[in-house]
Each structure stands twice: as C-alpha cells, then as structure tokens.
Design a protein around this ligand. Sequence first.
Ligand SMILES: [Cu+2]
Ligand SMILES: [Zn+2]
Length: 202
Amino acid sequence: MNPGAGRDRVLAIRAFYGQADPVGRMYQRNRENDWCDLAKASRSGARAHSLVRGDRMMRDKIPTAAAYVCGGDACPGLHGTVQFFQRCDGVLVVADVCGLPDSETGFFAFHIHEGGDCEGSGFPNTGGHYNPGDTGHPNHAGDLPPLLSANGKAYLAVVTGRFRVDDVMGRTVVIHGGPDDFTTQPAGNAGTKIACGIIRRV
Ligand SMILES: [Cu+2]
Ligand SMILES: [Zn+2]
C-alpha cells in the first residue's frame, strides 16, 4: 500500500467512525512514530521490531465491514459498533457497545441474524440466526460468544471461521436481553432482541 493511499483510507475511515474511532486514532498515533528509521538503524532492536509489528497490526485493523448497533424501545441508550475484519484465518469480530441494561448475569447473547432489516419493535425482520449450513444452535454460522457487561459497557474480540465477511454483508447483528444457554433450540433461550445493526461494507 502506498503511504498516501493508506492515509486517505484512514482519513475516510476516521470520518466514517468519527473522532471516537480507536482504529484511526491508533493508526495515526503509530504513524507519528518514525518506526521506519528505527527499523533501518536497528533491525533487530526490540523497540523497532515492536513498532514495525504494531504498524502492520494497525493496517490489519482497517475493518472490512461494520455495523452500528442501536437499542430498541426498551433500551434507547444502547449503542455501539461491531467491526468485521476479513483475515486469512477467519473473521475478527470486534464489538464495542455501551448502554447495556442491568441484568442478572451481565451476559447478553450476541448473534448474526439472517435478516437485513432493523425496523419494527423487537426487530422482527432480523429473522433467525444466520445458518447457511442448516444446523442447530449453537453451531449456526452466526453464533458468537455473548457480550459481558461492565457497568453497561462491553467489549468483545473474537475470531470465527464460520463465515466470510462477504457472506454476512447486509445481514444484522443482534444483542439479546438475556444470556445464551448454548443449548435451547433454535436460539439459546436468549430472550428479546434489545439492539440491532445492519452489517455494511466500510
Ligand atoms: Cu440472536
Ligand atoms: Zn444460533
């Protein structure tokens, strides 16, 4: 990637996410470190190595797709982003949400649903879990680990090999009001759908 094009892409992504975007911020901060000179002067130096490695990681952190997740009527303050990074070993899913309601366990079931529409109370058009293999829960392609709330905030990063980002483009990310029991069919007895976001290419 030539540096100019890289910077343009980063600026576009920062505009997409706004100033709160950790990806653009980290990438920008990393660019301010003149790691290239350090690397030339001391290719085996630990500091240069970590900076070079950091820069490569930041480039990898430009998402392939993202969803803005917004709470429904019951949780109007709930919102966040879910980013999808296509990698050779799978898809890195990074969720960063706040405004989760108080709950008994603090766990909130988290899935990709097959539908592509967050309209309507309770998000009825999101349908069931994304399940191209016609299997049972929790073996659906769209099944993910639940979010864990810390005072209403949750951050989750997980790699899944169950789909490619292109497969879920236009589908929805759904957060439920309860935990996922990973047993009950067809959806883990996860309770109502409290938030929804459409997955769109970045
Ligand atoms: Cu779900
Ligand atoms: Zn499922």
